[in-house]
Design a protein around this ligand. Structure first.
Ligand code: SF4
Ligand code: FE
Length: 485
């Protein structure tokens, strides 16, 4: 059954999540004004799946049940599926103007579909059948899964087992009848408290001494012993101001949380990797490649920012200036270059032995590397076009004030047909995207999400065939055996 937005919201209300924000337990997560915009962004992934015009991108046919499912629960069965995933990311980024959170779980499911199959083939284990049972459950109930990979990592110069506190990477601490007990934490958990399930994976490749840390599993998000501490975002308390447009994005936002696992029991049927340390690195790389592709979302958010920049230029009366037009072209060129990357890694995808289609790893890493840079340049150009008023603008309450509102309307006017309030709204949106809460998603998340820039450079170095390129060069200039004849 594919849920719609209302059913999704109702399903979240049934969860008993243990959530903290500003040092206090949040009893009603769904209606909390700081959290709710992020829930609404995920809800749109449900809602759009029911719109005929978006059905092709937002839905897929399950290879398990043959039913139409939300694409966010689908295991890619073709290159076409991969391409549609990239297009879906752009669509939703444009519709929400923020991180819509649901991709992490999709990427975790696809990475695990490959990894469980690979472990079984090498070790004779039974993980893949277990995983498929779990997948059937996720697809049947149209669940949102939080993909939990990043450990706190402590001293980055030390392996998991060498840390002063052994819990700085999540690990198995005991076996009990029927399952295992895990302890540790996962940082930067995108959409954690909007998720029904949490899928945990290791965060780095591991050696035999780290085998207690080589564990992958899934749990209900409200399993006993899991606590979520929500991260702060720039300007987050503007959402507490009772719906003024100072929040910039009126409806949507994202969130991240620190998820703590305090001796949590995981039944065997939800364990997908257990101390197979040799497979941890491959699972990480597979997940990372998928998630780097997922940064198609930033193309959609870029669409919003470009639209906002053009709008403020028109409001300010600068839209016809040649340098402004050139800056808008530059923003589009950068944004479409990002789109090229996430489409290319999908178009060059291939079939894995499990039957799952995987993206081209090199191109996915090149794409994500571009994402660590281009949104910053697009944001710089947007701020250039917007002008300094974006950060010196009085509040909506001043605009509404009987005492000073008249002055704001008088002195912040531009062209006579432009409402001062509209000018303020678009400036607040640009502020939100480039400095405020959504800048988490558009800028810093572009930098560090799905791995920091250096992680991609390592993968690029590993994936390119330098020798083949050297042979090409030698051949053309007549060096050694490679000389052209
Ligand atoms: Fe999805 Fe983008 Fe958010 Fe990552 S940053 S979860 S890819 S929307
Ligand atoms: Fe992310």
């Amino acid at each position: 059954m594919m849920m719609n937005a209302a059913q999704y919201e109702a399903s979240l209300r049934k969860l008993r999540l243990n959530v903290f924000l500003f040092g206090e337990r949040v009893d009603n997560v769904v209606d909390h004004p700081i959290i709710r915009p992020s829930m609404q962004a995920v809800a749109l992934t449900y809602e759009l799946a029911h719109r005929p015009e978006h059905a092709e991108l937002m839905t897929a046919t399950s290879h398990r049940s043959g039913r139409i499912i939300n694409r966010f629960t689908h295991i890619h069965q073709s290159v076409d599926d991969l391409v549609k995933k990239s297009k879906m990311g752009r669509l939703l980024g444009g519709q929400t103007g923020c991180c819509f959170q649901r991709c992490v779980g999709l990427d975790a499911l696809n990475a695990l579909s490959i990894a469980t199959h690979a472990i079984d083939r090498a070790q004779g284990t039974g993980y893949h059948a277990r995983f498929l049972d779990y997948l059937d459950y996720v697809q049947a109930h149209d669940l949102t899964c939080d993909g939990a990979m990043t450990d706190p990592k402590g001293d980055r110069g030390r392996a998991p087992h060498q840390q002063a506190d052994p819990d700085l990477y999540l690990r198995v601490v005991a076996e009990r009848p029927g399952g295992i007990v895990v302890r540790g934490a996962k940082a930067h958990q995108t959409g954690a408290v909007n998720s029904h399930e949490i899928i945990v994976m290791p965060t780095i490749s591991m050696r035999p001494e780290d085998r207690d840390y080589a564990v992958a599993f899934a749990l209900p998000a409200d399993a006993e012993g899991i606590t979520y501490i929500l991260g702060r975002q720039s300007c987050d308390t503007r959402k507490l101001e009772g719906g003024t447009f100072d929040a910039g994005n009126l409806r949507f936002g994202g969130h991240e949380a620190l998820a703590i696992f305090e001796d949590v029991f995981v039944p065997w049927e939800r364990v997908f990797m257990y101390k197979e340390h040799a497979f941890a690195g491959r699972l990480v790389e597979q997940f990372a490649a998928y998630h780097r592709q997922s940064y198609a979302c930033k193309v959609g958010v870029g669409d919003v920012l470009i639209g906002a920049a053009q709008t403020i230029a028109e409001y300010n009366g600068t839209a016809r200036a040649s340098h402004i037009r050139d800056k808008i072209v530059e923003m589009n060129q950068l944004n479409e270059t990002l789109f090229c990357g996430c489409l290319a890694c999908a178009a060059e995808g291939h079939r894995e032995p499990s039957g799952t289609y995987a993206v081209n790893t090199l191109l996915a890493n090149v794409h994500k590397q571009n994402v660590t840079r281009f949104p910053y340049e697009i944001a710089r150009l947007a701020q250039d076009i917007a002008g300094g008023l974006m950060v010196t603008l009085p509040s909506e309450k001043d605009l509404r004030s009987a005492a000073v509102g008249g002055w704001i309307r008088k002195y912040l006017q531009t062209r006579p047909e432009v409402r001062v309030e509209d000018r303020m709204r678009i400036l607040r949106l640009i502020e939100n995207l480039t400095l405020g809460a959504a800048a988490v998603g558009y800028l810093t998340e572009s930098m560090h999400g799905a791995g920091s820039p250096q992680a991609q450079r390592i993968m690029i170095a590993r994936q390119v065939d330098l020798g083949a390129k050297q042979a090409l060069a030698r051949r053309l200039c007549g060096i050694g055996d490679d000389a052209v004849d």
